[in-house]
Design a protein around this ligand. Structure first.
Ligand code: FAD
Length: 404
């Protein structure tokens, strides 16, 4: 067998593309395979093709820093991400496959009074929706993270937003688990299959053209993260999105010293230690729109400076890897989900820097949307694309882990 992606996770080998599928999903990242999984397992819809131009989970799903949390600012956001975090907790069981879910809490630092006020609001909204989030003082922070410099870059830590539901999971395993569950139920995952055009007749999505031929279908879901504007343009849709690179990096492994995830948006930096002892850290997007996954010295220098301010002993560590993904940012830092101007063409887009944590709820709600023939589930209704036309933004800018 000369198929390049033979694997040890029991994915059935792909077949030739069929002429027709009930559902075509463009993008084999976490969101695409999750949608296929819920369609197959909970709605019995299995004549589904996932078309992926590269390999399973090789896009932003492979590149994110795996932060899972629900401590957002708006009611719409918190309710949505809270349900996703709850689903994450049961995923290993759902898949019978270990996603290495690790619940260790997330701490966001406040260096100004204004930040403390916004943290208070976030704690209230989170608690209202059943999340475990509270404002804590410097003494409590020192007890939680004894190695933290309490005066980084001469900005004293005044308080913290302590989100006990904060967690991580192995991002690849999430994609693999969903793909395994979907393909074992009959869904076809076609890697190295790039969608090059969308066929629309009388305002309805009818099929796609790919580098391996043309396929007709009942409906299309696009779940292509950093390529949303490019793919949507094939369907004649203009997305309200600007695309930026986002970088992250990881050090050599060291002894366990940090249990919670720690972030400071004032320092544009968040830090966490993996189960293997490596320290992963990330920051804000690159300052200019670009479609590119190169890493830069600028970001390395500024991010390392902030990380060392937070944890001075990190100055002695070796950096192992630096990488980048392409992120589609909306102006309100919330996603674009649901219907599009084209009938039977559904959007799962605008996932910017925050979409790994929403993978389960996206899959579940996009599957419900498709299975119901286009009835938008209530939980994603606030994220409709037309919110930008009617000034009903869901502003989550203040709740990002690192300012962008
Ligand atoms: P992807 O995994 O990118 O999948 C989309 C797929 O579509 C890709 O595999 C791509 O090859 C495919 N595709 C594109 N065009 C076509 C085409 N024409 N035909 C066929 N296939 C196509 N989120 C969090 O919640 N927590 C974090 O800690 C976090 N950290 C991040 C750190 C970095 C450095 C980056 C880059 C992102 C981070 N994110 C984080 C965001 C998160 O990674 C994404 O929002 C999420 O992975 C999106 O999942 P997806 O399945 O939609 O996209």
């Amino acid at each position: 067998n000369d198929y390049p992606f033979e694997n040890d996770i029991d994915l059935p080998l792909p077949t030739e593309l069929k002429k027709h599928y009930d559902v075509v999903i463009i993008g084999g990242g976490g969101h695409g395979v999750a949608t296929a999984f819920y369609l197959a397992k909970y709605h019995g819809i299995t004549n589904v093709a996932i078309l992926e131009k590269g390999y399973l989970g090789g896009g932003n799903t492979a590149r994110n820093t795996a932060v899972i949390r629900s401590n957002y600012l708006t009611s719409e956001g918190v309710r949505f991400y809270k349900e996703s975090v709850d689903m994450f907790k049961g995923l290993s069981n759902e898949f019978d496959f270990n996603i290495m879910y690790s619940s260790r809490g997330q701490l966001t630092l406040a260096h100004t009074d204004a930040t403390i006020r916004s943290f208070r609001q976030r704690a209230e909204v989170n608690t209202h929706f059943g999340g475990k989030t509270e404002l804590i003082d410097p003494q409590q922070i020192k007890e939680l993270v004894p190695t933290l410099n309490m005066n980084p870059a001469d900005m004293p830590v005044l308080a913290g937003l302590w989100h006990m539901d904060g967690a991580t999971a192995r991002h690849d395993a999430v994609a693999w688990g969903y793909a395994k569950g979907a393909t074992q139920r009959g869904v076809e995952l076609h890697q190295l299959t790039e969608v090059t055009d969308v066929i629309i007749e009388n305002g309805k999505a009818k099929g796609v053209k790919t580098n391996r031929g043309t396929v007709s279908c009942g409906c299309i879901i696009q779940a292509v993260a950093g390529h949303s504007s490019i793919v949507a343009a094939m369907a004649g849709i203009k997305m309200p999105i600007t695309t930026y690179p986002l970088q992250a990096m990881v050090t050599q492994p060291v002894k366990p010293f940090l249990d919670p995830l720690v972030s400071s948006s004032a320092l544009h930096c968040y830090v966490q230690q993996t189960g293997r002892g490596e320290i992963v850290f990330g920051g804000g997007s690159d300052p200019y729109p670009l479609y590119n996954t190169r890493s830069t010295l600028d970001l390395k220098e500024s991010l390392l400076a902030s990380a060392v301010e937070m944890f001075p002993f990190m100055a002695n560590l070796k950096l192992m890897r630096q990488w980048s993904g392409i992120t589609d940012m909306t102006s309100d830092y919330s996603p674009i989900m649901g219907l599009s101007p084209v009938e039977n063409y559904y959007l799962d887009a605008g996932w910017g820097t925050w979409g790994f944590k929403s993978t389960p709820i996206c899959g579940k709600s996009m599957a419900e949307l498709v299975a119901s023939g286009g009835k938008v589930p209530e939980i994603i209704a606030p994220f409709a694309m037309d919110r930008f036309d009617v000034f009903r933004q869901v502003n989550e800018m203040g709740a990002t882990a690192a300012s962008h």
